[in-house]
Design a protein around this ligand. Structure first.
Ligand code: NAD
Length: 268
């Protein structure tokens, strides 16, 4: 059995009923944290994640909330405090894409992606930081007063034609994360981003589902395999634990080398 590095800590993972969020929730539970599985739709999928975490020996509950709605985020945090007393770890994972050529992009498509991917991270981070400040540092829980992990993307660095709303939201998360790390470092709150490349989840199914699509995807990935949600889960445990206590304000790319621009491998 793996070491329980997060024993006694409470974690919230947003958008945790599928994909990367699900894998992170399960990995944090395996590391000993009690996990709040936030979901937007599909209570059954969220309950399955809760059951898996419980079977692995940690506590878990599911809470439905739209992270882009202030009132729903308030009530989710209220429920967490009522149930567990505090929060130690926030993983801002919920996100979506609404792709369109820029000249065809509607304001609704732009706004939806910004609301969920960016404002959702703002609303949850603000409530988490309020709770970290209220509780204060408790060295028996963790060396840090609180940890926030923002799920960003390689597209906080790599421009993405046809996905301008998504790339803009992830670029903004970089500055949200770094500014928070700067503002709350003196309070021992650590804030970092995980920047996945191509991970095998529902959000990018068309990029890996067929053999042709997978092969074409490999032309972007020096390491020559797609990422699995578990790859990200392990990194989230590291960033949530005291093993990474001196890391804050950083984006960690987990992308099989996508961000080193494979297309320049032969000299460009
Ligand atoms: P996914 O679609 O499986 O997960 C996204 C989750 O967010 C879903 O469970 C969805 O229900 C939830 N969600 C959507 N709107 C919500 C809302 N308003 N409130 C609460 N939850 C909401 O896809 P994924 O790949 O697991 O994506 C997770 C995160 O990883 C996203 O932020 C995504 O941008 C990021 N990411 C994914 C990849 C990849 O290759 N899969 C790459 C880079 C970044």
């Amino acid at each position: 059995m793996s070491e329980k590095k997060l024993k006694g800590q409470i974690a919230l993972v947003t958008g945790a009923s599928s994909g990367i969020g699900k894998a992170i929730a399960i990995a944090l539970g395996e590391a000993g944290a009690a996990v709040v599985v936030n979901y937007y739709s599909g209570a059954e999928a969220a309950d399955e994640v809760v059951n898996t975490i419980r079977q692995n020996g940690s506590d878990a509950i599911a809470i439905k909330a739209d992270v882009s709605k202030e009132e729903e985020v308030f009530s989710m945090f209220g429920e967490i405090i009522q149930q567990y007393g505090t929060l130690d770890i926030l993983v801002n994972n919920a996100g979506l894409q609404q792709d369109a050529a820029f000249h065809d992009m509607t304001l609704q498509q732009w706004q939806k992606v910004i609301d969920v991917n960016l404002t959702g991270q703002f609303l949850c981070a603000r409530e988490a930081i309020r709770e970290f400040l209220r509780r204060g540092l408790q060295p028996e829980r963790s060396k840090a007063c609180g940890k926030i992990i923002c799920i960003s993307s390689v597209h906080e660095l790599i421009p993405w034609a046809g996905h301008v709303n998504y790339a803009a939201s992830k670029g903004a998360i970089k500055m949200l994360m770094q500014s928070l790390a700067q503002e709350y470092g003196p309070k021992q709150i650590r804030v970092n981003s995980i920047c996945p490349g191509a991970i095998r989840t529902p959000i990018n199914r068309e990029a890996w589902e067929t053999r042709e699509a997978y092969q074409s995807l490999m032309s972007l990935i020096p390491y020559n395999r797609i990422g699995e949600p578990d790859d990200v889960g392990k990194l989230a445990v590291f960033l949530a634990s005291d093993d990474s206590d001196y890391i804050t304000g950083t984006s960690i790319f987990i992308d099989g080398g996508m961000a080193v621009y494979e297309s320049f491998a032969d000299g460009g």
